[in-house]
Design a protein around this ligand. Sequence first.
Ligand code: NAD
Length: 409
Amino acid sequence: MAAFLQTNIRLNSIKIVPGRYSALTDHQFRAPYRIRCAAASPGKKRYNIALLPGDGIGPEVISVAKNVLQKAGSLEGLEFDFQEMPVGGAALDLVGVPMPEETFTAAKQSDAILLGAIGGYKWDKNEKHLRPEMALFYLRRDLKVFANLRPATVLPQLVDASTLKKEVAEGVDMMIVRELTGGIYFGEPRGIKINENGEEVGISTEIYAAHEIDRIARVAFETARKRRGKLCSVDKANVLDASILWRKRVTALASEYPDVELSHMYVDNAAMQLIRDPKQFDTIVTNNIFGDILSDEASMITGSIGMLPSASLGESGPGLFEPIHGSAPDIAGQDKANPLATILSAAMLLKYGLGEEKAAKRIEDAVVDALNKGFRTGDIYSPGNKLVGCKEMGEEVLKSVESKVPATV
Ligand SMILES: NC(=O)c1ccc[n+]([C@@H]2O[C@H](COP(=O)([O-])OP(=O)(O)OC[C@H]3O[C@@H](n4cnc5c(N)ncnc54)[C@H](O)[C@@H]3O)[C@@H](O)[C@H]2O)c1
C-alpha cells in the first residue's frame, strides 16, 4: 500500500517540465485534461491509471471502458486514480507533437496505461514525424513493451458474425504473441536514400538479436503453458536470416518447457491455415511485422475488430493496454463504435498489468452476459438481436458487472 500512496503524492505535486517531445503550457495541460487525486480509503488498494483516449472513436470507447473498470475494481476493493492525457492527433492539435513529454511521463509513472486509438484523415498528410501514429511507436519503444498479447476468440454468441463458415469459426480460441519493439519496424539502416545510380531506394531492415528472440519466446512459452500447452512459432526461415536465428533460438528454449508442444510454421502457410483451420492454433509467437498482419487476419475470424483487446508488456514498468482497432474515423462521434475491445483491454489491464484476476473476470463475465442478453453494436449485429450504440452497450456491461456474483478464478 505504501507504494500506491507514494505514487499518489507524486501526482499531487506533478510539475510541467520542458521535455523530449514538447512542453504543454500550464493552461493546455489542465484543460480539458485533468488529474484527479484522492486519499486512499482504508482497506482499499489504489492504482494510478494513465488514460490516453487519442482520436476518432478513442475518447468514446475509453469513457465507457473507464466506467466499467472503475465499477469492477470497486467491487473487488480497488480504487483508481485516472490521469487523462492527450496523445496522437489530439496532442498534435493541442501542442504540435503526437507524444508530449508530459503524456509520456504520466504514462511511465502510472501502474498501467489504457489507450483508445490514434490517427485520422485530418493528419494523414503530415510529415512522418508529425503523424499521430508516431506516438504509438514512441510509447512502445520508450516503455520497452516488447511483448504484445492479442487473443482472438470466437464467442458462441458471435459465431454468425464471422466471415468463415460456422463449423470452421466456432470454438476458435487463440493467443497471438507478437514481438513489438524490434524487427523491420525499428531495424537500421532504414530510410529513403539515393543509390550509386542516383536512384531513390527505400530501405527497411529485418534484424533480431538473440536476447530479443529469447525474451519474447519465454513470454510465449509461459503463455502457452497457462493455456492448452501448444505453441506455434511463425517465421520465414526458408528465406530470411533473421528468421533462421529466430527458429534456432526458439527451438533451443523448448527444452526448458517440456510441457509445451512446440511447432514451427512459415508465415505464408500460417496465413492460409488461419483461414482453413484456425482451431489448430492455441498460442502463436511471431515477429513484429508477421504478428501485425496475422493478428488482424485472426481478428476477422472473430467477427469484428471491435471485439479484440491487446496487452503490451515489458520486463518492468507499466503495461500498455489497447483495442487492436484504429480510430475508425468513418464512424467517430456517431455513438456507433463497439466499446467491447476496449472494455476487454481493461480486463487485460487488471489481469496482466495489475494481477487483479478477480476484477478482470468480472469484466469478462459481464461482456458475455451483455451479449447473451442480445445487445449488439452495428459491427456485430445480426437479426433478432438488439442494436445499441457505444454508450448503451457500455451501460449494459456496467449493469452486468453490478449484477454478477463475485467471480472465482
Ligand atoms: N492502435 C491504433 O491506434 C491504430 C491501429 C490501426 C489504425 N490506426 C489508425 O486509425 C485510422 C483508421 O485506420 P483504419 O481505417 O485502417 O482502421 P480502423 O481499425 O480504424 O477501422 C477499420 C474498419 O473497422 C471499423 N471499426 C474499427 N473499430 C471499430 C469499433 N470499435 N467498432 C465498430 N467498428 C470499428 C471502422 O469503422 C472501419 O470500417 C488511421 O489513421 C490509422 O493509422 C490506429
